[in-house]
Write a protein that binds this ligand. Structure first.
Ligand code: AMP
Ligand code: MG
Length: 471
């Protein structure tokens, strides 16, 4: 791996230098050859033991400069002035063949100065979870951090019980969060804040460096990227679960797969996270929470550009912008090629129908596509009749519409009950389901022979209604 560690060249108080902890018996569980190829490190993939040594934390590769990043954040609305990488180290940055820079981070690699009371470790459950979820999101076309490797450490981690330990290697456009800005703002460290903002602009939005108002323009860019991201989450029925400001990446990638989940049956107020008692991060709240989080970023950036009106206007206009992005996505999902006045109302009717009848969010779009040339409206009732009338106005064959709908409506999503099975298998030393899910979820829009089982919603006895951070 050829590293170029720009973050480690920032001022010393941006991070702490820390070596990943050694582990007794690292075993490679998974390596992402595809991603390794993109990173230009495909050569690495030949020796599993070497990969386990590097991505388990025992061998720091030449050129890496491991650091734990400092950040703060609002957790469930409460400000915590110091969080930071408590169980992760950034090995360094790799610039890929297309000249894009990526962070390569070990997660679960031992204590750091930011660990507070934690052990800095991860059990194998969250590793399997993040691996499957983040790669599934990537295959669905959602901006996200990725998983390069999963290693079992051979060391027990103690949660409610003793569990096998694991390390996930995460690849990200960067690990700069809204909470990173809050870290400096809360300390009144305007110089540090400016250094961070200039760095973030150069790294993620270089075209803004020459803007008259670079920090306000940066805010607009982050807002736009995050609005697109959350609209995409809503499109696929994804609930992040912990949309704290420290889990909101300024790159616009999905960051931190904790108690996240995809919905099975549709419900607007769905919550899975065991720690989200008030439903703050419920499915339908995500756009509002995004606005709240961006307001926290605006407060930081005001220290660099005091044009309060501009920040406020953008925040107010966000809801309209988000709605437009969301509606455009829903039109595509419903197979509309044009914009109709009644589309918003139709989307509402559709979701109301799904919720009332507790229908599966994901599969219902696929089933709807199959209803195009059905003579009756037996499946989706009054909505279906209305929808067919709308579809009939489009100059397209039923097959064309169906193909288009199926290209944007996935058949396979990482369903909670399957993820839980993969985790339980991994804990018991059986990786079959993990690997099968990796394969199935890499082609979410295609029907796959003998894999129909993975498309199905859970049976009543299989339902998983709660998800956990597992940290
Ligand atoms: P997260 O829930 O991943 O967003 O993490 C929130 C904060 O808790 C971050 O600062 C993490 O580094 C820290 N944290 C979570 N789990 C652990 C752990 N096992 N050991 C140390 N710090 C942790
Ligand atoms: Mg986090």
């Amino acid at each position: 791996m050829t590293f170029d560690n720009s973050y480690a060249r920032l001022p010393k108080h941006f991070y702490a230098r820390v070596e990943p902890a050694s582990v007794p018996a690292p075993v490679l569980l998974a390596f992402n050859d595809d991603l390794a190829g993109t990173l230009g490190i495909g050569e690495l993939a030949k020796d599993d033991d070497a990969l386990a040594a590097v991505f388990g934390g025992n061998r720091v590769p030449a050129g890496a400069e491991p650091i734990a990043l400092a950040y703060a954040g609002h957790q469930f609305g409460q400000f915590v002035p110091q969080l930071g990488d408590g169980r992760a180290v950034l090995l360094g940055e790799v610039v890929d063949t297309g000249n894009t820079r990526h962070d390569v981070q070990l997660k679960g690699s031992g204590r750091t100065p930011f660990s507070r009371g934690g052990d800095g470790r991860s059990s194998i459950g969250p590793v399997v979870r993040e691996y499957l979820l983040s790669e599934a999101m990537h295959a669905l076309g959602v901006p996200t951090t990725r998983a390069l490797a999963a290693v079992c450490t051979g060391q027990k981690v103690y949660r409610d019980e003793a569990l096998p330990g694991g390390v996930l290697t995460r690849v990200a456009a960067s690990h700069i969060r809204i909470g990173t800005f809050e870290y400096f703002a809360a300390r009144g460290d305007v110089a540090g804040l400016k250094t961070l903002a200039d760095y973030a602009i150069a790294r993620h939005y270089p075209e803004l460096a020459d803007d008259d108002r670079p920090y306000a323009a940066f805010f607009s860019a982050v807002l736009a990227a995050q609005a697109r991201l959350v609209a995409h989450w809503m499109d696929i029925g994804f609930i992040h679960g912990v949309m704290n400001t420290d889990n909101t990446a300024i790159s616009g990638e999905t960051l931190d797969y904790g108690p996240c989940a995809f919905m099975d049956e549709f419900h607007a107020n769905k919550v899975f996270s065991s720690i989200d008692h008030g439903g703050r991060y419920a499915y339908a709240n995500q756009p509002r929470i995004l606005q709240w989080n961006l307001a926290r970023l605006a407060e930081c950036l005001l220290l660099l550009d005091n044009d309060q009106r501009r920040f406020e206007t953008e925040l107010v206009e966000l809801s309209g912008r988000y709605e437009a992005l969301y509606l455009a996505r829903m039109r595509r999902k419903l197979g509309f090629t044009t914009e109709g006045r009644g589309d918003s109302a139709m989307v509402r009717d559709w979701l109301r129908h799904l919720q009332k009848h507790e229908l599966d969010y994901t599969l219902s779009f696929r089933e709807l596509a199959d209803r195009i040339d059905a003579g009756d409206a037996a499946r989706f009732g009054a909505f279906e009749t209305e929808w067919k009338r709308r579809i009939a106005t489009q100059d397209e064959s039923a097959d064309q519409t169906r193909t288009r709908m199926n290209s944007v409506n996935p058949l396979f999503i990482p369903r909670n009950h399957q993820i839980e099975r993969a985790i339980q298998g991994a804990i018991d030393g059986d990786l079959r389901i993990f690997h099968e899910l990796r394969e199935v979820l890499s082609r979410p829009f295609e029907t796959q022979a003998h894999k129909a089982e993975y498309a199905k919603p859970p049976l009543p006895g299989e339902r998983v209604t709660q998800t956990f951070c597992g940290t």
